[in-house]
Each structure stands twice: as structure tokens, then as C-alpha cells.
Design a protein around this ligand. Sequence first.
Ligand SMILES: Nc1ncnc2c1ncn2[C@@H]1O[C@H](COP(=O)(O)OP(=O)(O)O)[C@@H](O)[C@H]1O
Ligand SMILES: [Mg+2]
Length: 240
Amino acid sequence: MAKLLEAEGLVKAFGGMIAVNKVDFHINEGEILGLIGPNGAGKTTLFNLISGYLRPDAGLVNFGGKRISGLRPYHICHAGIARTFQASKNFPDMSVRENALIGAIFGKPGTSRERAEAETDEILAFVGLAEYADRAVTDIPLAGRKHLEVARALATKPIVLMLDELMAGLNPTEVGEAMELVKRIRASGVTVLMIEHVMKAIMNICDRVIALHHGSLIAEGAPQEIARDAQVIEVYLGGV
Ligand SMILES: Nc1ncnc2c1ncn2[C@@H]1O[C@H](COP(=O)(O)OP(=O)(O)O)[C@@H](O)[C@H]1O
Ligand SMILES: [Mg+2]
């Protein structure tokens, strides 16, 4: 499999605290890569470095053979990397459709309003929100708001989609639906990088998993290998 995205020696410190410490990893085209690690491990910071919300102190990120580290978030989005946020970034005063439309309008330059609206309705149907399109965001359940985050990211037509704890707070049925959604996204040709604590999802849908601890990469491998990794069990799974 071809490497689609590659990070080398990524470092990010906040004051004296090194949140991401010389991290090397890659994402293969077409895979679902899981990113695990305890709270505070540096997972979201790694997303922020890839998506351009933070500039790395050292290291670089190449995407499709071109360097993207140092570019602004909207340039990185236009290049084909979209992400969701751990804390919802939905716009509370807007409808479900308007929230998704923002991704379609701003995600790709030169998209007409008519085209963006048509694409938005398709994407809302794809994530299972068609019937909620005219509702206020504040009116729909958490699982729906999480799927809406995914819809807004998908509306930018990404090559890589990064999901930050999509399944946190969902009940088992909703986790199942979210897993199906991630599989459908990959089947549609989008490569996925997902931060997730729900181990059932990691084990069932990821092709490969990387684990962070105190900012450092401590393991990389197939889900079954990661679940057996002594260091991962010690720092993260806690014997689960
Ligand atoms: N913008 C920031 N300013 C200062 N410290 C931060 C910032 N973002 C994250 N951190 C710190 O960096 C560490 C890693 O955080 P984070 O990447 O959010 O971890 P995770 O997503 O794995 O839970 C934590 O100690 C966190 O408090
Ligand atoms: Mg986080």
C-alpha cells in the first residue's frame, strides 16, 4: 500500500511540557488507522499539527508527496485533509443543513451555492441525517450532532478524514452505527485516521493502530498485536 501521509520527527511543546515528542508515523492510502493512548497522551495535539491548527516545533508532514506542515488550516483542508473536533464545533444557531453546508461552501474553493446545497443533501443522507436537515442542531441527539460533524468534514471532499473521538459518549447501538458509518466512508474511497477510546471499534474496524503515551509513539501494528502489546496494556488498557 502506498503511503499517503507521512509525519517525521514531529515535536510540539507547551511551555516545558512536550505534548508530542519526535513522532514518526504514516497513513496508507485507503486504510483505517486507529490512534489510541490515555488522556493527555498528545493525540489531539497530533491532529492539530497535521491539520495546521498548530505549527510543529520540529519535524514535518508530507501529504501525497508534498510538504504540508507550516501551511494554514484552510490550505491543508483544500489539499484534502478534513477533521472533526473532540469538542463539538457545530454552530448552535444554525440548522443541521446549514451546518453541513458550511463545509461544502468553504471546504473547496469555487463551489457554487447550488452545487454545495445539492452535495450537502447527499452527504446528510449518507451520514443518516436527511430527516433532520431542517432541525436546529440543538434539537438533535448527541449521536446526530457527532454525525453532523462528520458530514461537515465530508462536505469538504477530503482524501483523508481525521475523527477525534467520534464515539465518545455514544451508547452501544450508536457506537455500532458510527462504526458502520466509518466503514462506509472508507468504502467511498476516503482514508481514515481515528482517535478512539472505544476499543471495540478500534479492534473491529481499524486495519492498523498506533499508540501514544506522554507524547511518544510506543506501539504500531495490527489491532490484535496492539491488544497484546505489553507496554500498551500497561499504560492504556490497564489489563482490560
Ligand atoms: N493549546 C494548548 N496549550 C497548552 N497545553 C496544551 C494545549 N493543548 C494540549 N495541551 C496539553 O498537551 C497534552 C496533550 O493534550 P492532548 O493532545 O489534548 O491529549 P489527548 O488528546 O491525547 O488527550 C496535555 O497535557 C494537554 O493539557
Ligand atoms: Mg484529545
